[in-house]
Structure formats: structure tokens, C-alpha cells
Write a protein that binds this ligand. Structure first.
Ligand SMILES: Cc1cc2nc3c(=O)[nH]c(=O)nc-3n(C[C@H](O)[C@H](O)[C@H](O)COP(=O)(O)OP(=O)(O)OC[C@H]3O[C@@H](n4cnc5c(N)ncnc54)[C@H](O)[C@@H]3O)c2cc1C
Length: 512
């Protein structure tokens, strides 16, 4: 019996039992523990990984030279495939694990996914080949003890389940098909040395052997663990988080394969040590008889709660039968997990650092998505055409200053404002009734139900217009005045003012 699993036998018995049946349970446990290092990273002094060129060791040998080096091999592959395939740039991607193998699966709607063919990266039929299931309706529902909850149904939202590894694998093939571009596995980012006219990236293999590569720009796509994001944002790369765990499984007794359960809460908040948490489920049909279930909660990055994926996974396996009943043929095909990042921009525009001279951050490293609805995958797909065209232009103009690079960003004012609403979903046992989050969200569902369907579709597709959001907020406040007190308790003076600044920035932005 494996030792790593044994170590959690007493502390996380439900997770232990479930992972013991998986052939690669031990490997997943290692990756989960790697992600859980995030919580420690936030407490330690920030490691300096962007160093001046003068620090480059005299005996460093450059192993290769590229236009762009991508650290991290998940969403980077979509961007790099366009840069290599469409723009003819020499790219190198490396990952400390296996590139193009994600620990998640994604939902999106087909229209958004078609952005991938708009860039010329894939044909429409290639895009369709990664959709493993389509369904028409989805719903959102928040628990009420008396069963009076409003089930809000909507169509054409998050209605395509995407096989993430297949999509990334196809992108990887496009990269490696371009002469001079390369993808490396089991290589970890160590640090980088910045010169006026290039950047040198130091990476290490599994045995700690160092290699140096030279590029015009280093693209940081290392996700939530990015040490570059940590340094550029002075130890606060995220303000909020959404720890998420789940499985792709088959053999449930009671699932509907024609409907997506976009958000489903089935009980009041968990009163755990710390501030407590409002758990939320999601359920999506996937390939053949497979079904994806997620469990997650929203929280402040520095709250006193246990936010470990390990703890959440144990709760997932313990509570799963309350949400979907595993039948006698129940089998877990793959666990999925991660920490979804969020950032509150206290200003009229983006306040998070996402670039530096010769360094640019994308994906979760940039933390510009909204964890309420679409997250980083949706954000990357939606913005891919401009994120690639703009970086190609920067290469053309040979301008890699921070000022220039930070304009190549997936920041969207509507998404930033919407992400703020997540603060209302962060439960706090000191101020909230146990069913507070559910009661509030139930009122939002009633308001959306009274409005034409385009409102709810826009909200759950990150396409909300400011006047529509104002309409929803005013109606919710009218129906449920407690939200005004909650605004004060949850956002405070600074947060409320910051939210207003976000809204003003959105109102005056060209993207309305
Ligand atoms: C369970 C789950 C479900 C989700 N579902 C959706 C969805 O339906 N729709 C949606 O839009 N979004 C969804 N998301 C969010 C989405 O998965 C992320 O936004 C996306 O994966 C971010 O990609 P990334 O490449 O930026 O980071 P990651 O996916 O975190 O990838 C980062 C990569 O960098 C590598 N890395 C880290 N450190 C180093 C290092 N030092 N050196 C080298 N490599 C390193 C890692 O091994 C990893 O491969 C989901 C997230 C989770 C957790």
C-alpha cells in the first residue's frame, strides 16, 4: 500500500477510501498537495524570481533561443499555438508536470468556443470534436429550508462539456508541428534574468539540473502558484479564491443527462472553525455515461478557514450522496480540482500587476477571470484573438516595456465588476445567518426570473451590460433590503467605494 495515501488515512478517511481505488490516486494526491502549498506561499516572504541580467551565472550556457517562452503548459498551449501557427513565432513551452494534461474539465457554450476557429487555430469541425456532450437547458438554485427556492432555468449557457486534455493535446500538436517550436515536460521554472534586449529563463529538470533559455518575452502561465505573480503583486496575487474539487464519474442513480446544474446549493452554510463556508455544487453531463460533479465555496484568500483542497475533497466524498446518489456501479474515472483565483481591483480600472518589462502574465497567473461564472478558460477563449494579435504587434514593434505589455490583457471591466459580487457569497458566521447566502441568491434568482431571459444568459456568460446589472441590483435591494446591511458588512467602506469605482470605470469604458 502506498505511503502517501496512508498518511491521510486517519485525517481524511473519505478521500483516502475513494483515492485508494484509483490507479493514479497517489499521483493526484501529490498534485493536490502541490496546489495546497499555495496557502503556505502566501504566508512566507516572497521569493525574488525576476533578477537583473548581471546576476546570470558566468558559466550559464544558453540551450536555445525563442521569440516567446511560456512557463506552464495548460492554457498557454492555446495562445502559443496561435503565435506559432498563425504568426510564425518561435515558441517554447515547458511545464513541471506533463504539458496538455489538466486537472480539470471545462464547460462553455459553443458560440464562445468558436473563438478558437476565429483565430485560425482550429477549424469548426476540430472545435466540435472536443465537445463531448451538448445539452439544452441548465438551472441555478439556492437552498431554502421550506423548499420555496426558485429554480432559474436558462438555455445556451455553459451547455457544452469540453474534453480539456483533447483540446490541449490538439493545440500541442499545432505547436510542435511548427519548425523551431518545442514543448518540454517535467521542467520547472526557477527564475529569470532580465537584460535590456532579451530575457534568460532558468529551468530545472526533475534531478535539479539547470538549463538556460533566451527569449524576447517570458509568458507566465503558471496558474495560481506563479512565483512571478507573487513577486509582482508583493505577496498578494489574489484577494479571493474558490477552492474547487470534484470527479468525472459514472453510475449515479439520479442524474439528468439533458440538463446542466450550473449552481446548486443544498443546505445552509457549514459552521466550521474560522468563518464558516457556503458550499455549492455543480453537476454537468459529460461523455457517454459520465457525469461531472464539483463542490466549491468562495472565500477571502486570507480568511482563517481551512481552504485546503485535501479537506474539501474529504467533505466532497462524505457529502456527495446528499447531492447525487452513487449507485452500485458507481466509479470515479478522474478527480478534478484546483484553486480558482479572483482579484478585487480597487480602482477604476485593472489594479493587479500582470506584466513587467519583458514579462507578461496570462490565465490564472493573471487572475482576471470571474470565479462566479466563467473562469480562466472562458476568459482565455473569449480574449484569445486580441491577446495573440496584440502580442504579435509588440514583437513587430520590438516594444516589450511593462507599459506596452500590460495593455495585452484579458481585463474586462464588466467581468471585474461582476467578480465583486462574489464577496456576497463569502459566508461569515460572525455577521450572517446560516442561510444568508442562499436567501440572498434566491432573491437574485427571483429577480432574474421576472426579467427577460437575456438578463440571466448575460449574467452567466459574463456578458452583462452595466445598465442591466444596475437593474438587477436595484430590484434585489427593493425585494431584500437586508442586502444593504450585508454590503456594509461584507464590503465595508473601502470595498463599497472600490465597487463604485469599478462600476464607474465600466460605465466609461468602451466595453459596456
Ligand atoms: C475543477 C475546475 C473546473 C473548472 N471549470 C471551468 C469551466 O468550466 N470554465 C472555465 O472557464 N474555467 C473553469 N475552470 C478554471 C480553469 O480551469 C482555469 O482558469 C485554467 O485551468 C487556468 O489555466 P492556466 O494555464 O492559467 O493555469 P493552470 O491550469 O493552473 O496550469 C498551470 C500550469 O503551470 C504549471 N506550473 C506551475 N508552476 C510551475 C513551475 N514552477 N514551473 C513549470 N510549470 C509550472 C502547472 O503544472 C500547470 O500545468 C475550472 C477550474 C477548476 C479547478
Amino acid at each position: 500500500m502506498s505511503s502517501l495515501l496512508n498518511q491521510i488515512k486517519q485525517t481524511h478517511p473519505h478521500l483516502y477510501k475513494a483515492f485508494s481505488t484509483l490507479a493514479d490516486g497517489e499521483q493526484h494526491l501529490t498534485r493536490i498537495q502541490e496546489l495546497d502549498r499555495y496557502w503556505e506561499l502566501l504566508k512566507h516572504p516572497v521569493r525574488q524570481v525576476i533578477l537583473p541580467g548581471t546576476n546570470l551565472p558566468k558559466d550559464a550556457v544558453i540551450s536555445g533561443e525563442y521569440d516567446l517562452i511560456y512557463a506552464g503548459g495548460t492554457l498557454s498551449l492555446l495562445h502559443a499555438a496561435v503565435m506559432a501557427g498563425q504568426y510564425g513565432r518561435r515558441v517554447m513551452i515547458f511545464d513541471r508536470q506533463t504539458p496538455a494534461k489538466s486537472t480539470r474539465d471545462w464547460n462553455i457554450s459553443r458560440n464562445e468556443l468558436l473563438n478558437l476557429s476565429a483565430t485560425g487555430l482550429f477549424t469548426e469541425s476540430e472545435v466540435d470534436s472536443v465537445i463531448v456532450r451538448r445539452y439544452k437547458t441548465g438551472w441555478v438554485e439556492f437552498y431554502k429550508p421550506d423548499g420555496s427556492q426558485k429554480r432559474l432555468s436558462m438555455e445556451n449557457v455553459l451547455d457544452c462539456a469540453v474534453n480539456a486534455d483533447k483540446l490541449l493535446g490538439m493545440a500541442k500538436e499545432k505547436v510542435t508541428a511548427v519548425r523551431g517550436s518545442t514543448v518540454l515536460a517535467e521542467r520547472s521554472f526557477s527564475c529569470c534574468y532580465r537584460f535590456d534586449d532579451h530575457i534568460v529563463v532558468k529551468i530545472e529538470d526533475g534531478k535539479g539540473k539547470a538549463f538556460y533559455y533566451k527569449a524576447k518575452v517570458l509568458v507566465d502561465v503558471m496558474g495560481i502558484l506563479s512565483p512571478i505573480a507573487l513577486q509582482l503583486n508583493e505577496g498578494v496575487p489574489q484577494t479571493h479564491v474558490c477552492p474547487t474539487v470534484g470527479t468525472i464519474a459514472s453510475g449515479f442513480e439520479d442524474v439528468d443527462f439533458d440538463t446542466g446544474e450550473i449552481l446548486a446549493s443544498i443546505g445552509p452554510a457549514d459552521m466550521l472553525p474560522g468563518k464558516g463556508r457556503q458550499l455549492i455544487w455543480e453537476g454537468f453531463p459529460a461523455e457517454d455515461s459520465q457525469y461531472i460533479t464539483y463542490l466549491f465555496f468562495y472565500d477571502e484568500a486570507d480568511s482563517p478557514n481551512d481552504k485546503s483542497l485535501l479537506g474539501l475533497f474529504d467533505a466532497y466524498f462524505r457529502k456527495l450522496p446528499d447531492y447525487k446518489k452513487p449507485g452500485k456501479d458507481f466509479v470515479v474515472h478522474r478527480p478534478v480540482y484546483g484553486i480558482i483565483p479572483a482579484y478585487f481591483h480597487n480602482g477604476f480600472n485593472r489594479t493587479r500587476e500582470i506584466a513587467d518589462d519583458r514579462i507578461l502574465l496570462f490565465g490564472d497567473a493573471a487572475s482576471l477571470g470571474s470565479p462566479l461564472t466563467f473562469c480562466g478558460f472562458g476568459s482565455m477563449v473569449r480574449n484569445l484573438p486580441r491577446l495573440t494579435a496584440d502580442l504579435d504587434r509588440a514583437i513587430e514593434e520590438n516594444d516589450f516595456s511593462k507599459k506596452h505589455l500590460e495593455k495585452i490583457s484579458a481585463y474586462e471591466p464588466n467581468v471585474a465588476s461582476m467578480a465583486n459580487l462574489m464577496k456576497y457569497m463569502c459566508f461569515n458566521s460572525a455577521t450572517d445567518e446560516p442561510n444568508f447566502v442562499n436567501d440572498l441568491m434566491n432573491e437574485v434568482m427571483i429577480v432574474l426570473d421576472e426579467l427577460p431571459e437575456r438578463y440571466r444568459q448575460a449574467m452567466f456568460r459574463d456578458e452583462m451590460k452595466i445598465e442591466d446589472l444596475m437593474m438587477v441590483m436595484l430590484r434585489v435591494a427593493w425585494r431584500y433590503p437586508k442586502v444593504l446591511v450585508a454590503t456594509w458588512e461584507k464590503l465595508g467602506m473601502q470595498g463599497s467605494f472600490g465597487f463604485l469605482k469599478n462600476l464607474a470605470g465600466w460605465a466609461f469604458s468602451p466595453v459596456r
